[in-house]
Design a protein around this ligand. Structure first.
Ligand SMILES: C[S@@+](CC[C@H](N)C(=O)[O-])C[C@H]1O[C@@H](n2cnc3c(N)ncnc32)[C@H](O)[C@@H]1O
Length: 249
C-alpha cells in the first residue's frame, strides 16, 4: 500500500469514528445554531465576490470538483456570484492541471441583480461562467439547462436556490438526472431540518419543509443516488448534511 493509501485508510477510520461521536455531533449542531444567529455564512468571499457558504462546504466542493473533473457544473441560486466564481476558478485550475479545457459553470437565478451580473461578467473567471435568469423549476428554464448539458460527459449539480420542500423536490426531479455516474448532486441547506423553527421566522422553509425533506422523498424512488455519509462525517459543520448525493449507477 502506498503511503498515500495508508494515510487515506487511517483517515477513513478516523472519519467514521468522529461521525459516530454524539458529543461532537451535538457540539457541531450547537455551533451551527449559534453561528446562524450571527449570519455566519454571509461573511466570506471568493476572489472578491461574496459567497454564501461555510468554508467547510467550500473545501468539500473543491474535493468533488477535483475528483469528478466536470465538464459542466450547474448551480441554482447565484446571489452575489461567489459560488459561481469559486467553481469557475476550480475549473480553471483543473484545466491548468490537464483536466477539461472548456469546462463551464452554468448558474440559474430568478433574480440576477444588475450589480451582481456586472461584477460577475467583469470578473477574470467570467469566461467559464454562463447565467440564465428565471425560476429554476420553470419548464423553459429546465429545457435551456438540459440543452446546455447535452453531450457533456461529466456533470456536477449544486442546488442552492429556494429552500422549500416543494421547490427543491422539483429541482431534484429536473436536474438530478443530469448528474453523471460517479458525480454528485449537492443539495444545500438540508441543515434547516435539524435547526429550531424559530431560526426561520421570515422564511417559507423550516423543520419539516426544507431541502432535507425533499432529498428524503426524492431518494425513495431514486436508488441511483446514495447519500455520501462519509462526507457528512468528515465535515460535521456543514449546511448540507445528507445533501451530498453521489450518483452510483
Ligand atoms: C442562498 S442564495 C445563493 C447563494 C450562492 N449559491 C452562494 O453560494 O453564494 C439563493 C438564491 O436563490 C435565488 N432563488 C430564489 N428562488 C429561486 C428560484 N425559484 N429559481 C432560481 N433561483 C431562485 C435567490 O434569488 C438567491 O439569489
Amino acid at each position: 500500500m502506498s503511503p498515500y493509501e495508508q494515510f487515506k485508510q487511517e483517515g477513513r477510520a478516523e472519519i467514521a469514528a468522529q461521525g459516530a461521536d454524539p458529543d461532537l455531533a451535538k457540539a457541531s449542531l450547537d455551533w451551527i445554531n449559534k453561528a446562524n444567529a450571527r449570519r455566519y455564512s454571509y461573511h466570506f468571499e471568493w476572489m472578491g465576490r461574496p459567497i454564501i457558504q461555510y468554508p467547510q462546504d467550500i473545501v468539500a466542493m473543491q474535493e468533488l470538483i477535483w475528483t469528478v473533473q466536470p465538464e459542466l457544473i450547474i448551480e441554482t441560486g447565484i446571489a452575489h456570484g461567489g459560488s459561481l466564481i469559486f467553481m469557475a476558478a476550480m475549473l480553471e485550475l483543473n484545466a491548468a492541471c490537464g483536466g477539461p479545457q472548456d469546462a463551464k459553470v452554468l448558474g440559474i437565478d430568478i433574480d440576477i441583480r444588475a450589480h451582481n451580473r456586472a461584477a460577475i461578467e467583469a470578473h477574470p473567471m467570467a469566461r467559464r461562467i454562463a447565467m440564465i435568469q428565471g425560476s429554476s423549476v420553470a419548464p423553459e428554464i429546465v429545457a435551456q439547462v438540459h440543452a446546455a448539458a447535452a453531450g457533456k460527459s461529466r456533470i456536477l449539480i449544486s442546488l442552492d436556490s429556494n429552500h422549500t420542500h416543494e421547490h427543491v423536490l422539483a429541482e431534484l426531479k429536473a436536474y438530478a438526472p443530469l448528474t453523471t455516474v460517479g458525480s454528485y448532486c449537492v443539495v444545500f441547506d438540508t441543515v434547516v431540518e435539524d435547526m429550531p423553527a424559530a431560526m426561520f421566522p421570515d422564511r417559507p422553509w423550516g423543520p419539516g419543509n426544507n431541502p432535507k425533506t425533499a432529498v428524503f422523498e426524492y431518494l425513495k424512488d431514486h436508488p441511483e443516488f446514495e447519500i455520501d455519509k462519509a462526507m457528512d462525517h468528515k465535515l460535521l459543520v456543514s449546511v448540507a448534511p445528507d445533501g451530498f448525493l453521489k450518483r452510483v449507477r
